[in-house]
Design a protein around this ligand. Structure first.
Ligand code: FAD
Length: 313
């Protein structure tokens, strides 16, 4: 106890696959941990987590509920609250501020902090989007490409990076149409490359998505000019943003290539004692990768807390 407060070994911010996996390992190392989340995992709209070995197709809510149970049965404490601030108060102690936004935030102290706060997707801003998102409208070919084998896919993106995104979908189907809402978004080379693979480009803006909202099955994209594109699925690639700015508050360096939180091989950020895992760090944005990174962070956090006299020379 310090100053009448518990000093946790580690506070984990985020209870998605990364945060929960780290919390589980830390609890199994018998570390005192506190995990925060505000119940907004990135894949809350997905109908099933694909490609998570042993759990393929499990609903995201079920996966996380099981994870929370596993953490708490190992002695971990999980609190639903928004972390609004983190500050270093000594070389070995951080103070975390958390609350519901109404009352003054409560403070919690820890020797280490793990940021597992994830990303938010920039999503299409058109009527119908929420009716189909997670079942027949997707952002991740790695996650949902297999479910679209030989289907008619519409691709919505911004500029040149749409080309690689659309080409990656050829793994699963040859019927791909790129929707280019910004006429200047694709240059001549981009268009030639798409044409070489029989990928049509529609220079039209989307008015709405239409289909069977009960089964969440997209049937067509409706354009503002009255035209329509019949399709079975839509993949969008409009970018992402961090779900929180806590990493900025503590001064974490960003990766120069992708702008996500830079970490070293031990998953420590540029700020000593602050670690990061999951989508907020560079790498594939998959649930199983996030969980593995959380486990790796936990191993190194535990190691960093072992007194030097207990370590081999
Ligand atoms: C629609 C959709 C479908 C997907 N399908 C698949 C799939 O089939 N297979 C697959 O492998 N991956 C899939 N993904 C990707 C996968 O969901 C992510 O890679 C994974 O969730 C990343 O885990 P994470 O723990 O890093 O972040 P998240 O799961 O986003 O969790 C972030 C956590 O941080 C918490 N948090 C953030 N800020 C704060 C704060 N200030 N205070 C307190 N808590 C905070 C949130 O509440 C949440 O608990 C999908 C994603 C989406 C959007």
């Amino acid at each position: 106890m310090i100053g009448g407060k518990d000093l946790y070994d580690c506070i984990v911010v985020g209870a998605g696959p990364a945060g929960l996996s780290a919390s589980l390992f830390l609890a199994r190392y018998r570390r005192s941990i506190l995990t925060f989340h505000h119940n907004s995992p990135r894949n809350e709209y997905a109908h099933g987590v694909h490609g998570f070995l042993g759990h393929h197709g499990i609903s995201p809510a079920e996966l996380l509920a099981r994870g929370r149970d596993e953490v708490t049965t190992h002695g971990g404490l999980i609190i639903e609250a928004c972390v609004t601030g983190i500050e270093r108060i000594s070389s070995e102690q951080f103070r975390v501020y958390a609350g519901d936004g109404n009352d003054d935030p409560r403070t919690f102290d820890a020797r280490r902090v793990l940021l597992a706060t994830g990303l938010r997707d920039v999503t299409p801003d058109c009527p119908g989007f929420r009716d189909f998102y997670g079942v027949s409208v997707h952002h991740c070919p790695d996650c949902d490409g297999y479910e679209c084998i030989d289907k008619r896919i519409a691709v919505l993106g911004n500029g040149t990076k749409t080309v690689g995104f659309a080409l990656s979908l050829l793994t699963w189907t040859n019927t791909i149409t790129v929707i280019n809402e910004d006429k200047d978004g694709l240059n001549k080379d981009d268009r030639a490359k798409l044409a070489a693979f029989q990928i049509n480009v529609r220079d039209q803006s989307i008015k709405a998505l239409d289909g069977d909202s009960k089964s969440k099955q997209l049937r067509r994209v409706l354009f503002s000019d009255g035209d329509a594109l019949e399709c079975d699925a839509l993949f969008f690639n409009l970018g992402t943003e961090p779900a929180s700015n806590l990493h900025e508050m503590v001064g974490c360096k960003l990766d120069e290539d992708c702008g996500l939180v830079w970490v070293d091989q031990t998953r420590q950020t540029s700020v000593a004692g602050v670690y990061a895992a999951g989508d907020i760090t560079p790498n594939s944005q998959l649930a199983i990768v996030a969980a593995a990174e959380g486990a790796m962070a936990a191993i190194h956090i535990h190691d960093s807390l072992i007194p030097s006299e207990l370590k081999p020379k």
